[in-house]
Write a protein that binds this ligand. Structure first.
Ligand SMILES: Cc1cc2nc3c(=O)[nH]c(=O)nc-3n(C[C@H](O)[C@H](O)[C@H](O)COP(=O)(O)O)c2cc1C
Length: 236
């Protein structure tokens, strides 16, 4: 077991476009979510200070929140970070390497970035250079071929992010396909902090993940139906 076994198991509210605004994040934190995330925002729009995009990343209270970003161009990150001002609840940035929309994948963004290891490393370094923590939320790769080749393990091993949320599906899979929890053993073996994501809703699942040495679990749809789910999962 990694040293994650000695730390408090982290329960996180997943970023969900149109659902995880500040009021819902605060409610989930009150009910036991240790960390929350803003919905996906495009760095290209943030760099141009687009009002709607800036609203997506606003953190108006002290709820512990990471800002989720999608983008691959370093100059856009530079421009955005130069004007970024952290507020009380801000706990760092999270890179989206999981979005599976065809539009994103065509542009080499979202889950297509799982295999762009050196670019991801450059982005994480740039964010760290500005003094901010950076985590990653990723799928297992674009498709089953990339998953079998271990693209997600290459990325986890090579990138120096604060933790990795591994949504246990490929970009080809939909949210109704079963998440593959068998991948976590190899993820944990990298020695990095790993957070499980996909269909997590029971105390038994959380107990099994803790046992395996995961750093935490991220909950999405189960929290939408019931924000108190975090209380129940922590009690487990
Ligand atoms: C309505 C909706 C919106 C989502 N928006 C985002 C998003 O903005 N960023 C992201 O990384 N994942 C997004 N996701 C994926 C979730 O964060 C999560 O990875 C997925 O729902 C699996 O977790 P769950 O089974 O606990 O719901 C979204 C999912 C849903 C259902």
């Amino acid at each position: 077991m990694s040293d994650a076994g000695n730390m408090k198991f982290q329960l996180m509210l997943a970023p969900m476009e149109g659902a995880t605004g500040s009021a819902f994040r605060a409610l989930c934190h009150k009910n036991g979510a240790d960390l929350t995330f803003t919905e996906i925002a495009r760095v290209s729009n943030l760099a141009r200070a687009k009002k709607g995009e800036l609203e997506k990343i606003a953190i108006p209270d002290a709820t512990p929140t990471q800002i989720q970003l999608a983008g691959a161009k370093l100059p856009e990150y530079e421009k955005f970070l130069a004007s970024f001002k952290p507020t009380a609840g801000f706990r760092g940035f999270n890179l989206n390497l999981g979005c599976s929309s065809p539009d994103f994948l065509r542009q080499g963004l979202g889950a297509a970035m799982v295999k762009r290891v050196s670019r991801v490393n450059e982005i994480v370094s740039l964010i760290s250079k500005h003094g901010y923590e950076c985590s990653i939320k990723m799928r297992l790769g674009a498709d089953n071929y990339e998953k079998q080749k271990g693209a997600y393990l290459n990325l986890i091993s090579a990138v120096d992010a604060s933790f990795f949320v591994v949504h246990a599906r490929t970009a080809k899979q939909t949210l109704s396909d079963k998440a593959d929890f068998s991948v976590y053993e190899k993820c944990v073996a990298t020695g990095k902090k790993i957070v499980a994501n996909g269909d997590i809703k029971t105390k038994e699942q959380v107990a099994a993940l803790r046992q395996q040495g995961l750093y935490g679990a991220m909950v999405g749809r189960a929290a939408m139906g019931n924000p108190k789910v975090f209380k129940v999962l922590h009690e487990g």
